[in-house]
Design a binder for this molecule. Structure first.
Ligand code: OOB
Length: 544
């Protein structure tokens, strides 16, 4: 990557001519997250920014808390560019922590609550993290033990900060201190790392800059018509790119609106919050949309404030899409996005057929799209092909992944999304499938190779291929097809093995099948396509 300027070592950025163009066009305005919150506190000080648990923080309060948390982090020895793995559920403190890190130029690494020792250990080691922020417990899981294990294995990790009872670690509540003045980061600096759904053995880290991400917020709030009257319900995990910035909670802050945190996206938690806080917009993945559509609770709560339900992360069926307005009484917006950048939205005033049958169009006129065949040659209009994209908020490379970047990006900087799409005559995208070796489990992304590598470590596994099998509810589930070494082990033993290795539970195979050999392609590679086809056939045939 000769043209890429290096900021934080290992983070490819945009070539200077592109950066200049994006600045001149007004996409990158030289803003930082620390300043953004300061400006909102000035303009909307007494308005409520965040609601969650027993907290109701105004913009002024949030801004003050962020200053004190940043000073506390500084007192602990955390400095600009230090990496901090943040693994918090949907609590207001999530934003207190990440804005404090933004303000001091330290870099959050956004882990999901579902991640376990395998993922967290990797994030901490790979980024040489100095701190790890966790809740005491969440979803029946005690994170303090996990932190103990990760800390013992990661020499750089100096602090474990716990929301709640800290046990042997440091209480997050004890960190804030009197504000001191700190030099902030520069707008072109990397602000944080998002995680890639990935298709390789280890998750890839996505460096996003203040400039590029804040532009994505501005473009998002514009398309989605967020205003200071917007009340956004954050029901998906706050660390994920969708509820973070499409337009999500950060987009809500961008315009001075109110974000409401739901610890759980289920109707019994979300519906009362919608009613009580007069929520106007929220975002879900397709399986949760089905749960909401089928919930009898919809009639028991006043959901009339809800104007728009955004759905994305995985393909929503046209049938489910058509049910949203009649069932929930709100509009639907389809969102096809990726943590690497590009986000497509159907527009609020689009004809219902476009909203129901497409995944929208790019949010920015500066998004460049190519739909190409296997040889990178553009397909005929309307044909299905690989989606490539480049633009002012799409990364030019993953963190410290030089070899992988040469495959994941074209030489002229287009990101290979791995998605198979078709463009409609109106210029809207329809997601037709996927070329990347990934299973999309209702929005949760599982990299086949990552699970395969873990299974290969089991003494009874000679070879393994992890593939998607169709599923009515999740869209896809994972199936591990195993060639055993000797006698086949019990599937439950293999899954227990994976759990013991600390793999997030959404990556544990839903099904394990044993075979004597894999179907092969012409050149002798495992044909995952043939495997999927034969599984589909055998699974749809009722067993005798
Ligand atoms: C979102 O981000 P990621 O990084 O978890 O996953 C991105 C991938 C896409 O490449 C595509 O394969 C799939 O998720 N995807 C969809 C989709 N939205 C995402 N596939 C079909 N239809 C859709 N509507 O998932 C994400 C990030 C920002 C906003 C929304 C979703």
């Amino acid at each position: 990557m000769s043209t890429a300027r290096e900021h934080l070592p290992g983070c490819p950025t945009w070539p200077e001519d592109f950066a200049q163009r994006y600045r001149e066009a007004g996409y990158w305005r030289g803003e930082t997250f620390g300043q953004l919150l300061r400006d909102r506190a000035r303009d909307f000080g007494s308005r409520v920014a965040l609601v969650g648990g027993t907290h109701r923080w105004t913009y002024a309060e949030l801004d003050g808390r962020v200053d004190r948390m940043a000073s506390g982090f500084h007192a602990l020895g955390i400095r600009a560019r230090d990496r901090v793995v943040v693994q918090l559920p949907n609590v207001p403190e999530f934003y207190e922590v990440i804005f404090a890190l933004f303000r001091m130029g330290a870099l959050p690494v956004f882990a999901l609550p579902a991640h376990r020792a395998s993922e967290i250990g990797y994030f901490c080691a790979f980024t040489e993290a100095v701190a790890y922020v966790i809740p005491e417990r969440f979803g029946g899981f005690d994170y303090r033990g996990l932190a103990e294990q990760v800390k013992a294995a990661t020499p750089t990790l100096k602090h474990v900060l716990v929301l709640g009872d800290a046990g042997a670690h440091t209480a997050l509540g004890s960190v804030p201190s009197e504000p001191v003045t700190m030099e902030g980061p520069s707008p072109s600096d990397v602000a944080f790392f998002q995680l890639s759904g990935g298709s390789t053995g280890v998750p890839k880290l996505i460096p996003r800059t203040h400039d590029d991400y804040i532009y994505s917020l501005r473009a998002s709030v514009d398309v989605c018509q967020f205003t200071s009257e917007t009340v956004y319900l954050c029901a998906l995990p706050a660390a994920h790119n969708f509820p973070m910035s499409s337009p999500g909670v950060l987009g809500t802050f961008q315009v001075g609106g109110t974000a409401v945190m739901a610890l759980n996206p289920s109707p019994d938690v979300a519906f009362p919050l919608i009613e009580r806080e007069r929520v106007t917009v929220t975002a879900l993945v397709p399986p949760l949309t089905m749960v909401w559509l089928d919930s009898t609770l919809a009639k028991k709560h006043d959901l009339s404030s809800l104007k728009v339900l955004q759905v994305g992360g995985a393909r929503l069926s046209d049938e489910a899409a058509a049910r949203v307005r009649p069932t929930l009484g709100c509009g639907l917006q389809q969102v096809f996005g990726m943590a690497e950048g590009l986000v497509n939205y159907t527009r609020l005033d689009d004809p219902e057929t476009l909203i129901v049958t497409t995944q929208g169009r790019p949010m920015s006129e500066a998004d460049e799209l190519r739909v190409v065949d296997d040889d990178d040659v553009p397909v005929a209009p309307g044909e299905t092909g690989h989606l490539l994209t480049r633009g002012p908020y799409t990364i030019r490379g993953y963190y410290k992944a030089e070899a992988h970047n040469t495959k994941a990006f074209t030489t002229d900087g287009f990101y290979r999304t791995g998605d198979l799409v078709r463009l409609t005559p109106e210029g809207y995208l329809v997601v037709e499938g996927r070329a990347k070796d990934q299973i999309n489990r209702g929005g949760d992304k599982v990299a086949a190779e990552e699970v395969e590598n873990h299974l290969l470590a089991h003494p009874s596994v000679s070879d393994v291929a992890v593939v998607a099998i169709p599923d009515k509810f999740l869209g896809e589930r994972t199936c591990a097809v195993v060639i055993p070494r000797g006698e086949a082990p019990a599937p439950s033993a293999l899954n227990a093995f994976l759990r013991q290795r600390g793999l997030a539970s959404f990556k544990i195979p839903d099904r394990i099948e044993f075979v004597a050999a894999f179907p092969q392609t012409g050149v002798g590679k495992v044909s995952k396509k043939a495997l999927r086809d034969s599984l589909r056939q055998s699974l749809s045939t009722p067993s005798p």
